[in-house]
Write a new protein. Structure first.
Ligand SMILES: Nc1nc2c(ncn2[C@@H]2O[C@H](COP(=O)(O)OP(=O)(O)OP(=O)(O)O)[C@@H](O)[C@H]2O)c(=O)[nH]1
Ligand SMILES: *[C@@H]1O[C@H](CO)[C@@H](O)[C@H](O)[C@H]1NC(C)=O
Ligand SMILES: *[C@@H]1O[C@H](CO)[C@@H](O)[C@H](O)[C@H]1NC(C)=O
Length: 480
């Protein structure tokens, strides 16, 4: 946080920031402190030399030799003892006697923080289509609920991002997890490993341990998936294919916890009942708004939203989505299916182009009713991004959208600064991300989707699918 301006100093500004008028954004506070210490020591040294020169009488003046000056301030430092204050920050406070005050560190940092004045010209953080070259800062936002089992997957994807990690701040929001779920604790431990640069090692050891326990048994449903897809997944997670910044820590990670009272279960069938969709989506909207409001900093140019449960996603997705220079843009989201169900399926039906039929339908509904896609109750006849997909289509093709899904959204930060959000109430008969798309359109922002650029959601077998698989297994056993 103290470094908020470090990487953006080279940006142009409209205001006359120059050495001449002395108006300069402040730098990191600890740096400043060390600088002052340096100045104090050099001043003492110069004064001592001056006094010696003026009086030419060394005996009456107390002074330090050059060697003492360069040595004595570090003599009393107990590095072992100081280590515990070093979780991510260097917190050595040294006074001009060379003494280290440990117990005051917290309050002094607070004082230093309150003594700084930061300046941001918000025109500098508009977001550019070649954001990597202009060193645009990204805020990566991930909401989580009962997500413990998918944390390793999600974090591997995070590390797989080739956008410079030093330009990415990550913020997680953990809400309403059940008693037996340890999302928060696990996320905390993994995040520390991630920032230490050894998360891939930690995950690898965990996997080896699990494989030893389960003796290499795989999930039954994998036998029924398309072998090509399974092979692609295996290749994608092969450590040999990691890019060179894979283990590089991120600029920062923040974890927030807040419960909103989600009463609906996080099981697949619970989540997909039409009656609960409206309530569920509004609660998700609240969660997303809390997350943006707490984590968006003035130096962010882009915000990238990700759900936890993605299985395959190109490492350069941020750069790819950026280059269209849309205010809001989403990829296509599909999921694999067992071969007996047709191999694959459009997953995210929340990204769509509005239709006359749906506008007519909305007129017949109550003001507070929420239309949800993919349910017989609401025949909308909209064009879904999911169904426009051609596997061999041009991944650079973009179409305008009205509603969008939340699995993977890249938006310019200014969209949120201007007040767009994820409605936790019914807005134009929609809620959450679909309402966000509609709201952005109404506010004059460009909203688009890439029909032929696809990321893959994990496949979680439904109760029906599991029963079908069990039936097939029994049949196989009978035939043996
Ligand atoms: N903070 C928070 N996160 C949630 C909540 N419900 C779901 N999530 C997370 O939000 C993301 C989307 O949740 P899903 O349940 O997958 O929502 P969905 O995408 O509409 O449903 P599926 O597409 O079926 O997965 C995931 O990363 C979840 O872990 C919630 O109540 N609070
Ligand atoms: C990861 O790094 C931390 C801090 O350096 C260390 O405590 C931990 O043992 C390391 N874990 C592994 C598996 O290397
Ligand atoms: C990681 O990124 C690479 C390069 O874009 C991609 O081929 C691979 O599929 C990604 N990994 C996963 C697990 O999606």
């Amino acid at each position: 946080m103290f470094r908020s301006l470090q990487d953006t100093n080279n940006k142009k500004s409209d205001l006359p920031i120059s050495k001449r008028n002395g108006f300069k954004p402040s730098k990191q506070s600890q740096e400043k402190l060390l600088k002052y210490i340096g100045i104090i020591f050099s001043s003492i040294f110069i004064i001592v030399i001056l006094i010696r020169w003026v009086f030419n009488d060394t005996a009456s003046v107390e002074y330090y030799t050059e060697e003492e000056l360069t040595n004595f301030d570090f003599k009393e430092i107990n590095h072992e003892e100081l280590k515990k204050y070093d979780e991510g920050v260097e917190a050595y406070l040294i006074d001009n006697e060379g003494k280290v005050t440990i117990k005051d560190i917290k309050s002094e940092i607070d004082q230093l923080y309150h003594s700084t004045v930061d300046y941001y010209d918000l025109n500098d953080y508009e977001g550019a289509p070649n954001g990597q070259e202009s060193a645009d800062h990204i805020l990566l936002l991930i909401p989580l609920r009962n997500a413990e089992p998918v944390l390793p997957l999600m974090l591997k994807h995070t590390m797989n991002l080739t956008y410079p990690h030093s330009l990415i701040d990550i913020a997680f929001l953990v809400s309403d997890c059940s008693k037996d779920d340890h999302t928060l604790e696990a996320l905390f431990d993994y995040s520390i490993a991630l920032q230490h640069g050894n998360l891939s090692k930690v995950l690898q050891l965990e996997e080896e341990e699990r494989n030893r326990k389960l003796k290499g048994t795989k999930d039954l449903h994998l036998k029924y998936m398309n072998p090509d897809y399974i092979e692609t997944v295996e290749k994608s997670f092969d450590p040999k294919s990691h890019h060179k910044e894979y283990d590089t820590p991120f600029r920062s990670i923040q974890i927030f916890k807040k419960d909103f009272g989600q009463v609906i279960g996080q099981g697949f069938s619970d989540r997909h009942d039409v009656k609960v969709q409206g309530i569920r989506r509004k609660l998700m909207g609240r969660a997303r708004n809390w997350l943006t409001a707490n984590s968006l900093k003035p130096y962010h140019s882009w915000v990238y939203w990700r759900d936890v449960d993605i299985e395959l996603m190109p490492g350069d997705i941020i750069q790819h989505l950026m280059k269209f220079n849309f205010d809001v843009v989403v990829p296509n989201v599909w999921r694999p299916l067992p071969e007996f169900l047709g191999n694959e399926q459009a997953y995210d039906l929340n990204s769509w182009i509005e239709s006359d039929q749906a506008l007519e339908l909305a007129k017949t509904l109550d003001e507070d009713d929420v239309i949800v896609e993919g349910y017989a109750e609401y025949p909308t006849w909209r064009a879904h991004l999911g169904y426009v997909r051609d596997p061999n289509g041009n991944p650079d093709e973009i179409v305008g959208l009205d509603g969008i899904g939340g699995v993977s959204i890249l938006a310019k930060a200014k969209v949120f600064r201007r007040g767009a959000h994820f409605p936790a109430f019914t807005f134009l008969n929609h809620a959450e991300t679909e309402a966000f798309g509609k709201m952005c359109k109404k506010m004059g922002f460009s909203v688009g989707g890439l029909p032929h650029y696809t990321i893959w959601h994990i496949y979680e077998p439904s109760e029906d699918d599991l029963q079908e698989i069990a039936r097939k297994e029994r049949k196989k056993r009978r035939q043996q």
